[in-house]
Ligand binder design. Structure first.
Ligand SMILES: [Mn+2]
Length: 353
């Protein structure tokens, strides 16, 4: 059990507070100051490792070393960016980081229409409404996300990269789902040697939400696509980050089926719940099954049944008890989520004996 922690200067939650959540055995982090395509050096990684270990924490996963749009589009800069990515993987491997979470979503990372939707109980949460998204001018979208983020740097929404939004959209014009998939395969094959050398597991995060938005292709949204990727690059370095919240945005996704189909290829899992309010509208609920639309027990049981021995973490939480934090990443609700997940796991362990 881990918690995501953004590092000094980026996270509102302190490691000393994370330490008081029972059961947390490590952290998942990233170098927030880096743009996709840039190299992570040994010194960069040593610095964040030192910050974590000062409070007794090991870094168990890098989430994420982001992939540049040049790699996703397949531009002439692709090979240079992949060479840089390999250098970052070398540095991670030498530092003993074995799991790298990444995604292959064009232009925008995870997307919400509201970062502060008030719920019936007075808590605030991240929400998505398709009609609102459909009315957004993409050129203004980053500004509106930043405004909602209230001064916090959103992971995947780094300034700089999205300054040339219209250019980026134009660059994706001819990128079909199949081309994007082939570019992902090209990337995975290109980094295979360095991953095998250091026993690094690349773990792709599903697209969030799990359908194409703004006319951009999305290719990791359901079981069929996940199985296709795992079998096309059938290598121990090619794996899945299972995210119940992202896959669960589509009520049709069979998440227990995905966990079984990807057995042995899920080194990292994000566990959270969503509530479907109506077609195209969902919000992130508390972790409990009864608060959302996902059967969290069934998911955790599927991990237990398949012998999961990777790293998991409670994913986003609501903002409760007046907390002001990075949207989705407050301390309190994620701590409740961690305790809930640990409770289910302990019950499964003991019931099985
Ligand atoms: Mn996730």
């Amino acid at each position: 059990m881990t918690l995501r922690w953004y590092g000094p200067g980026y996270d509102t939650v302190a490691l000393k507070d994370i330490k008081q959540i029972p059961g947390i055995q490590g952290v998942v982090t990233s170098l927030m100051g880096k743009l996709p395509g840039e190299v992570w050096t040994d010194a960069d990684i040593a610095e964040i490792k030192a910050a974590a270990s000062a409070e007794g924490f090991e870094i168990l996963v890098f989430e994420s070393i982001n992939i540049s749009d040049d790699i996703k589009i397949g531009t002439e800069k692709r090979d240079e960016h992949i060479a840089n990515y390999i250098k970052s993987l070398e540095a991670a491997g030498k530092a003993g980081i074995k799991t790298i979470c990444y995604n292959f979503m064009p232009v925008f990372d995870w997307t919400r229409s509201d970062l502060w939707r008030e719920r019936e109980d007075g808590s605030f949460t991240l929400a998505y409404n398709q009609e609102v998204i459909d009315q957004i001018d993409v050129a203004d979208f980053r500004t509106s996300m930043e405004k909602m983020a209230d001064g916090h740097l959103l992971p995947g929404w780094e300034p700089g990269r999205l300054d040339r939004i219209r250019e980026l959209f134009a660059a994706y014009e001819d990128v079909t789902e199949e081309i994007l998939f082939q570019n992902l395969v090209y990337f995975l094959n290109a980094i295979k040697d360095v991953c095998l050398k250091y026993d690094i597991k690349m773990a792709i995060h599903p697209d969030d939400p799990a359908w194409p938005i703004f006319g951009l292709p999305r290719i990791i949204t359901d079981k069929e696509q996940i199985v296709r990727l795992l079998t096309t690059v059938d290598s121990p370095h090619n794996n899945l980050t299972f995210c119940s919240g992202s896959l669960g945005t589509n009520p049709k996704n069979d998440m227990v089926g995905i966990i079984h189909a990807a057995k042995g290829r899920i080194p990292f899992a994000h566990l959270r719940n969503v509530r479907h309010n109506s077609e195209g509208d969902f919000e992130e609920s508390a972790h409990l099954s009864r608060d959302g639309s996902i059967d969290m027990f069934a998911i955790i049981k599927a991990f237990h049944d398949t012998g999961f021995d990777g790293v998991y973490r409670p994913d986003h939480g609501r903002m409760i008890w007046g907390e002001k934090a990075l949207p989705g990443y407050g301390l309190y609700d994620r701590a409740l989520g961690a305790a809930y997940i640990e409770g289910i796991w302990e019950a499964l362990e003991k019931a099985g004996k």
